[in-house]
Write a protein that binds this ligand. Structure first.
Ligand code: ADP
Length: 396
């Protein structure tokens, strides 16, 4: 069939559309008023029967070539209902048109009715194409059709978006799998290099001071590499939900004191100021929480000049949560950075070329904090400094 228009048959309102569109097609073809009305009436009667039995029917109206000429055709397609009981209208329609057929195949019913078009109406491919274009662009017959058209467009957009989302989820999953496999593969040889460099470091003889200093550097760099690979592994663990926590009760002040002692060793050119309210106990996974502290303290040092102050405060907020704040006097961040720093792999444009990093630390820190039932946020002013705050439930 050379399809001119398609109407989905869902409810009574579609009867009007089916009637008007088929009448309009007859008129456009130049058929007599009687033929147009007969065709449109037969179409409406069958449409009514289809709507009574199912809400998944559709009507295609168009032109079918038959013996060197064309016939006007209306073809109904719908999922065969368990019981199809044709009403009077159905038999009336059958009598109205010269050709009527009904077939059932594979659970689908197709009813087709046809009226021959006189040869005097000269139809050719160009005319049929023009007719199809006319119906495609025809304005909606009524408000219902307008809503129906918009609905169809919206549904199509929703389907496309869903498909897009599915595709990007699959790509993301593959990326995470790749990161996980690659990090595992990289971790093994680095661990071996680290073990050998430590063996050389403790060798008393056969190693000059120069060699020892080189081995020290190799050891330091492999530690950094290992930390990076561990972060990559953590990202994929969080993505896959494969993270487990070993909770223990800890004095937050003790943990902060330990972390600051380590940081003073790593970044001796910053001044650390600690102000902690005594006796705040929290239930945490200590190793994971150390990761949060070392990321926040490490960033505070990395993104500020030497000899500036890094302050660590701990207290209890109004809801009884332990609240920890890490402030620096560094480069600060703009509004966009503030909104995005906790996203995976996010790095501010300002640091891309000046500071090494992969944008994983804050993403991991935020996951750890939220998994502990707390929240993390940042306040910052460009050129002045940043304060990262996070909370964790205090244990009574
Ligand atoms: P990385 O430091 O490896 O880039 P992070 O996830 O720890 O990754 O940080 C993400 C981004 O947040 C950094 O690239 C930087 O732009 C910004 N950032 C984090 N901490 C600070 C800070 N204390 N001061 C200024 N910018 C910061």
């Amino acid at each position: 069939m050379n399809e001119i228009d398609v109407i989905s048959l869902e409810n009574e309102m579609d009867l009007v559309l089916a009637h008007k569109r088929s009448l309009n097609l007859g008129q456009k073809l130049g058929l007599t008023l009687a033929t147009c009305t007969t065709f449109a009436t037969a179409i409406s009667e069958i449409a009514r029967t289809v709507i009574e039995h199912t809400n998944n029917g559709s009507l295609s109206i168009g032109l079918v070539p038959v013996d060197q000429r064309f016939a006007l055709s209306g073809r109904f397609t719908f999922g065969s209902p368990e019981r199809f009981v044709p009403a009077d209208g159905y038999f009336y329609a059958q009598k109205l048109v010269p050709e009527f057929s009904r077939i059932e195949h594979d659970g689908i019913t197709i009813i087709e009715l046809r009226i021959g078009i006189p040869r005097s109406i000269n139809l050719n491919r160009a005319k049929i194409t023009a007719l199809a274009a006319y119906f495609k662009d025809a304005p909606p017959i009524n408000a219902y059709e307008e809503i129906k058209k918009r609905n169809r467009t919206l549904n199509r957009i929703a389907e496309e978006k869903e498909e897009e989302l599915k595709r990007s989820k699959i790509i993301d999953q593959k990326k995470t799998e790749f990161i996980s496999v690659a990090s595992h593969e990289i971790k093994t040889p680095i661990t071996v290099i680290k073990a050998y460099s430590q063996m050389i470091k403790v060798m008393k003889e056969g190693c000059s001071d120069q060699v020892k200093s080189i081995v020290d550097k190799i050891d330091g760099q492999t530690s950094k590499l290992l930390a990076l690979v561990q972060q990559l592994l953590d990202v994929s663990k969080f993505e896959n939900g494969h993270i487990s926590y070993q909770m223990e009760r800890v004095q937050i002040g003790d943990l902060i004191a330990d972390m600051v002692a380590v940081m003073k060793h790593i970044t001796p050119n910053h001044e650390f100021r600690v102000s902690v309210i005594k006796d705040i106990k929290v239930s945490i996974d200590k190793l994971r929480m150390e990761q949060v502290f070392s990321n926040l303290l490490g960033n505070a040092a990395k993104y500020s000049r030497k000899n500036t102050v890094i302050s660590i405060k701990a207290g209890v907020d109004t809801q009884g949560f332990a609240q920890i704040s890490v402030s620096d006097q560094g480069i600060g961040m703009n509004e966009r950075d503030i909104r995005s720093v906790f996203e995976k792999f996010y790095r501010s444009d300002d640091v891309l070329n000046s500071h090494a990093g992969l944008g994983m630390g804050l993403y991991i820190a935020s996951k750890i904090v939220t998994d502990h039932g707390g929240r993390i946020w940042v306040e910052s002013t460009p050129g002045t400094g940043s304060t990262f705050h996070f909370t964790i439930p205090a244990s009574s």
